[in-house]
Design a binder for this molecule. Structure first.
Ligand code: SPV
Ligand code: MG
Length: 291
């Protein structure tokens, strides 16, 4: 099934679904092998892996280049965290064209200003986009997609910026009317009170997506009870790799030897398997006369 259709089905399915963060082709492949049906190309993780901040310091074409590797390495759909769409409606609709060319089936845009800042850094100091301008961006994106199943998710940052429920609902409804396929409602609270209040008023006008990074201790059953469509585990491959690499580097530095780490790291055979080394071996026998 084409990736756009896969992503649309994930978002529109009646039960709660999950996608997992990746920030490279390797991590994307690991997400797929774990069993996930979709990948979150996290702006935070992509930027961190590039050694820059989550403030649009990496250009959108640099992000696109990584996405191309991620998409080539996997067969499940990728939802790109497209920040604010990297500019105005014109930049955002060009982004849609380029994503479609690379078989990236959907993008999430957030109602902040370019260059954005991560929602967990001084969220309340962050200005929100003008509602009409953001609706124009959604319309331009939807009008420019070639594949009817390409997904545009609109992320409401009203709670993050401290504007409250009324503003969150007003924005979500405006984005729905502009033609978005789903709404992502974000919260930085450690409980789900904001999300719960939103869901009670929202009903099921459109699928709702959440990012429970800060309310990680809320049982997942609660998400389905509230009628959430999709939960994004947003940065846990990046964070687990940081922990693992810090440990390994420190150990080798301290020991001046590999003796204590060999048993704790993936064998080289696993690296070769993930790279599909075997396929090249077979192809060489077929196509290289000397092999
Ligand atoms: C990301 O993963 O980059 C996100 C989610 O946008 S958050 O970091 O919670 O803003
Ligand atoms: Mg982000």
């Amino acid at each position: 099934m084409k990736k756009t259709k896969q992503l649309r089905e994930l978002i529109e399915s009646k039960q709660l679904e999950f996608i997992m963060e990746a920030h490279s082709a390797l991590s994307a492949k690991i997400v797929e092998e774990a069993g996930f049906k979709g990948i979150w190309a996290s702006g935070l993780s992509l930027s961190a892996a590039l050694g820059v901040r989550d403030n649009n310091e990496a250009s959108w074409t640099q992000v696109l280049d990584i996405l191309e590797f991620m998409s080539d390495a996997t067969s499940i759909p990728i939802l790109l965290d497209g920040d604010t769409g990297y500019g105005n409606f014109n930049n955002a609709r060009r982004l849609v064209k380029k994503l479609e060319q690379r078989d990236i089936p959907g993008v999430c845009i957030e109602d902040k200003l370019f260059p954005k800042t991560n929602s967990f850094i001084k969220g309340e100091a962050q200005p929100l986009a003008d509602i009409n301008e953001f609706c124009g961006k959604i319309k331009a994106m939807k009008d420019s997609q070639n594949d009817e199943d390409f997904v545009v998710v609109s992320r409401v940052e009203a709670f993050i910026a401290g504007w409250g429920l009324k503003e969150a609902l007003k924005r979500a409804e405006a984005y729905r009317q502009a033609g978005t396929d789903a709404v992502l409602i974000h919260s930085k609270r450690s409980d789900m009170t904001e999300i719960e209040a939103f869901m009670k008023e929202w009903g099921n006008r459109l699928p709702v997506i959440i990012v429970p990074t800060k309310y990680y201790s809320v049982p997942t059953d609660k998400f389905s009870d509230l009628g959430i469509s999709l939960s994004i585990w947003a940065n846990h491959n990046l964070r687990s790799s940081i922990t693992a690499m810090q440990k390994t580097s420190a150990q080798i530095y301290y020991d001046k030897s590999l003796i204590n780490v060999e048993k704790n790291v993936s064998p080289l055979e696993e690296v070769f398997r993930l790279q599909k080394a075997e396929e090249l071996d077979i192809a060489e026998k077929l196509y290289l006369s000397s092999a």
